[in-house]
Design a protein around this ligand. Structure first.
Ligand code: RP5
Length: 193
């Protein structure tokens, strides 16, 4: 299969093109990660999952589907033939955050929950309602907010890396660049920060 230098996928719904890419990738244009959120108000946070997936050359799509405002559409999406081809599913919701759990109930695929910040309890409500799944239907829950969104993207990559050698190489290059960046850190003189 022809290989080319990756220049970024079409980042959806306003996410910026990535600044960096890691290694080469195939011409695989499949949507491999589906990103759902309960409201467009979640997107400024959730876009960080899309950005890291774009950076690592993983096709993804982002959609607004609410577990309580559009419950039938959310379930239909999870059960659709197209969505069954998606290998990993970051899910974001705030408040009584049941989107990830509802979606997980409708698919055997890995579901990653991203609790949203900004509610009266600073995301504790979202965190608990995402992480406290009863036994039998797992939701892998990440940190609240931007860190959780970015890590959901990275965890999706790590999961898919188990069966995708090219992606594993890009992920390892990403990790190395991150480590190198930390080790190259120079602090300003004390008192100037
Ligand atoms: C949830 O309610 C969404 O995921 C969002 O985090 C929260 C608030 O939604 P909006 O009222 O901003 O649309 O369903």
């Amino acid at each position: 299969m022809a290989r080319r230098r990756w220049r970024g996928v079409d980042s959806r719904r306003g996410a910026r093109y990535p600044r960096r890419s890691f290694g080469t990738m195939s011409d695989d244009k499949r949507i491999r990660v589906g990103i759902l959120m309960g409201s467009a108000s979640d997107w400024p946070t959730v876009q960080h999952a899309a950005l890291v997936l774009n950076e690592l050359g993983v096709g993804n799509e982002a959609r607004v589907l609410s577990a309580h405002r559009s419950p039938h559409a959310a379930a239909a999406y999870a059960e659709s033939a197209a969505a069954q081809m998606i290998t990993c599913r970051p899910r974001a919701a705030g408040g009584a955050a049941h989107l990830a759990g509802v979606i997980a109930a409708h698919t055997h695929l890995p579901v990653l929950g991203i609790p949203m910040m900004g509610w009266s309890t600073d995301g504790l409500d979202s965190l608990l309602s995402t992480v406290q799944m009863p036994a039998g239907i797992p939701v892998g829950t990440l940190a609240v907010g931007k860190a959780g969104a970015k890590n959901a993207g990275l965890l999706a990559v790590a999961i898919m890396s188990l069966s995708d050698e090219a992606l594993r190489e890009r992920y390892l290059a990403f990790r190395k660049a991150q480590t190198d960046s930390v080790l190259a850190t120079e602090l300003p003189p004390a008192g100037s920060a």
